[in-house]
Design a protein around this ligand. Structure first.
Ligand SMILES: *Cc1c(COP(=O)(O)O)cnc(C)c1O
Length: 368
């Protein structure tokens, strides 16, 4: 039994254990903007921009799973904005991954630069050897997306500590079950729960977790003041999604490994990248900091036409952006202007029965 499994089981049972006989297992959706208050207001629920019991139920479960205090947000970007705005001020320096989530880089250009923050960038595979003196915040996304390069979180955290910098890791692709950035020394972890954590492609959501009381306190304050608060219904949906995360994620990474092995053997495929394959340049690192290789595969076919034939020819593959859902989906990333070959396809592997998925992908590859 792994410590993560034990933690997941505790998170799963947390809200039902606090109910008494005759009460519902599922936490209620509390739709309110105000609470009844005594003349001298006290307690956590005073105004609904500050706190809501439906968020609390989810945040308690996530805090157990992350082993750190957790604050939830209405999207992954709102979670990321809370960390950037609450930690950085004019004159501070941030190091961003040059190929990380695109909107984070846009955010830095549109809002951090005019604020007087110095923004530098570095390739994910090289951040562990980048000098960090003078930095306030180091932003890491590993595996990077869509190239699936890895950063050594432990090494970055050691260098950052020596330089007095904070390390934030975007752990969206791996989920708390696949990678534990805080245990590897990072100060903050952020997640777009829109992806695998909720897993059903039906809600936008995000969270921030940290064991550093001043960092998470500033994030919570930012949410309360800026008002980027999740809706109770969305929080409830994510809580329900979280309950099946372990079974979904296990199936997804199993399917991903089996598919990656098939793709690697197939003559139609020019290149395949998956951290769980021995051919991945950072496969050894993946074994020390990840549990499994994740649910994303990057593959390159001969050209745009071959990639389109492959995606459209696979009945069990939805052509869509985003990832982490129960349905396998894929897209040609060059259509967004990513610096990748025209035949580059990112596959987000879902929860279909493995043998059905593998035979369907093989058939589509043969036809491509
Ligand atoms: C999707 C994503 C985000 C942003 O999440 P939203 O919920 O769309 O705002 C941030 N980081 C990564 C790695 C993502 O994949």
């Amino acid at each position: 039994m792994s410590a993560i499994d034990e933690r997941f089981a505790r998170a799963l049972h947390h809200s039902s254990q606090s109910t008494s006989f005759g009460q519902a297992f599922a936490p209620p959706i509390v739709n309110t903007s105000v609470y009844r208050l005594a003349d001298d207001p006290s307690g956590p629920y005073q105004y609904a921009r500050w706190a809501n019991p439906t968020w609390t139920a989810l945040e308690d479960a996530l805090s157990i799973l992350e082993d750190a205090e957790t604050v939830t947000f209405p999207s992954g970007m709102a979670a990321i904005a809370s960390v950037l705005y609450s930690t950085l001020k004019s004159g501070d320096r941030i190091l961003l991954p040059s190929e990380g989530y695109y909107t984070v880089r846009v955010f830095a250009e549109k809002y951090l630069l005019p604020m007087g923050v110095v923004v530098d960038s570095c390739a994910t595979a090289e951040v562990a050897s980048h000098a960090l003196d003078g930095y306030k915040l180091v932003w890491v996304e590993t595996p990077s997306n869509p190239g699936l390069d890895l950063a050594d979180i432990g090494a970055v955290a050691r260098n950052a500590k020596a330089a007095g910098a904070i390390v934030a890791v975007d752990n969206t692709t791996m989920t708390p079950l696949g990678q534990r950035p805080l245990e590897l020394g990072a100060d903050v972890v952020v997640s777009a729960d829109t992806k695998a954590l909720n897993g059903h492609s039906d809600v936008l959501f995000g969270h921030v977790s940290s064991r550093n009381a001043s960092v998470i306190g500033a994030v919570r304050d930012w949410r309360k003041i800026a008002g980027a608060v999740p809706g109770p219904h969305e929080a409830w949906l994510v809580h329900r999604g979280l309950e099946t995360l372990e079974v979904r994620y296990s199936r997804m990474r199993f399917n991903a490994l089996v598919l990656a092995e098939l793709l690697e053997r197939h003559p139609t495929v020019v290149a395949v990248r998956y951290p769980g394959l021995a051919s991945h340049p950072a496969h050894r690192l993946s074994k020390t900091q990840m549990t499994g290789g994740g649910s994303l595969i990057a593959l390159t076919l001969a050209d745009r036409a071959a990639a389109e034939r492959f995606i459209q020819g696979c009945v069990l593959m939805r052509e869509s952006t985003s990832f982490g859902g129960v349905h396998t989906c894929a897209e040609r990333r060059a259509r967004w202007g990513d610096a990748v070959p025209d035949g580059f396809v990112r596959v987000s592997v879902g929860c279909e029965p493995s043998e059905v998925l593998v035979s369907e992908v093989e058939r589509a590859l043969n036809a491509a």
